[in-house]
Ligand binder design. Sequence first.
Ligand code: SF4
Length: 67
Amino acid sequence: MEKNNGYKLKIDPEICQGTAYCVRVAPDLFRVNQGATVDVIEPNPAPEYEEQILEAATLCPTRAITY
Ligand code: SF4
């Protein structure tokens, strides 16, 4: 399997609804911003964050997370 260290983690602010599920599963990667949506803290996370990235993207109800 390919090594996943080429992430480009992004949230689409147009479709993020600020549910913050992503912040709960990956607090090192996402944080709630003042606009009540979420910012990516680390767009290129280390490979050990793979599980958190996949979980956040799966839980996101609007599919706003791409990586
Ligand atoms: S889980 Fe999705 S909709 Fe909820 S805050 Fe994160 S990116 Fe936005």
